[in-house]
Design a protein around this ligand. Structure first.
Ligand SMILES: CC(=O)[C@@H](O)[C@H](O)COP(=O)(O)O
Ligand SMILES: NCC(=O)COP(=O)(O)O
Length: 238
């Protein structure tokens, strides 16, 4: 089965916030993404709420009919918000509060004491859990130990290496994916995936279940329109 496409709406929220009004309307964009074929909606509210805001979580939960994935650092504030709204999936990301964007996975061994009870709280609320990781066997062992349902591979290094040597760039991810599957971990991926690199990545990871894509997809929509762009990304996954 092809990996599902979850559209990250952070960049839509960024445009909305820039004028202080509700345009573009994030909820309408979410509905339209689904109408155009998206199989999930993702937001990653950060503590400064510069793009997706914490109050977007509950609002999206009311309208998303595919799958809602909320990404973020598990501060108590973040946890209270997702536990109240119960999205389909929560992806824990180890970002510092002021970080520009995500740039590394969890140290699942060193942070096991923190991650294990948080994952247990989310699971008890019926929420599927995923944790952001680099493609590293020890981190995958740690991911299994802390009890997460899935991992999300941080694909920034793949995207960076793709132009010069795509075979070398994907190799650690393909290997980690095979290993994760033996551990019974579900596999998601995201960060800097785009129309050029997505098909190759997905072909090399047959166990891939979901990709979340925002920056490139929303940028491509400026040229192709949202409906066409979503179809182009879906074609890359099929
Ligand atoms: C975890 C991850 O890779 C994405 O959520 C990405 O970081 C999007 O966040 P920004 O839109 O803030 O860059
Ligand atoms: N989890 C990755 C994500 O949601 C989007 O990342 P990007 O496509 O904006 O780099």
């Amino acid at each position: 089965m092809p990996a599902r496409l979850s559209v990250n709406l952070n960049k839509v929220a960024l445009i909305r916030n820039s004028r202080g009004a509700n345009y573009p309307d994030l909820l309408q964009v979410a509905r339209d993404c689904e109408r155009f074929g998206a199989q999930g909606i993702t937001i990653h509210p950060r503590p400064d709420q510069r793009h997706a805001r914490y109050d977007d979580v509950a609002a999206l939960k009311e309208v998303v009919t595919t799958e809602l994935n909320i990404e973020g650092y598990p501060s108590e504030e973040f946890l209270q918000i997702v536990l109240a709204s119960k999205p389909d999936q929560v992806t824990l990301v180890p970002d510092e509060p002021g970080q520009l964007t995500s740039d590394h996975g969890w140290d699942t061994v060193g942070r096991a004491g923190m991650l294990t009870p948080i994952i247990e709280r989310l699971r008890a609320a019926g929420i599927r859990t995923s944790i952001f990781v680099d493609p590293d066997a020890a981190m995958l062992d740690g991911a299994r130990t802390v009890g997460t349902d899935r991992v999300e591979f941080y694909t920034g290094p793949f995207a960076k290496g793709y132009a010069s040597d795509r075979v070398a760039a994907v190799a650690p991810f393909a290997e980690a994916s095979r290993y994760a599957a033996t551990l019974g971990l579900g596999i998601n991926a995201g960060h800097d995936l785009n129309l050029n690199n997505l098909a190759f990545f997905a072909r090399q990871l047959p166990d891939l279940q979901e990709v979340s894509i925002g920056h490139a997809l929303i940028s491509d929509a400026l040229y192709y329109g949202l409906a066409n762009t979503i179809q182009l990304y879906l074609q890359r996954l099929n």
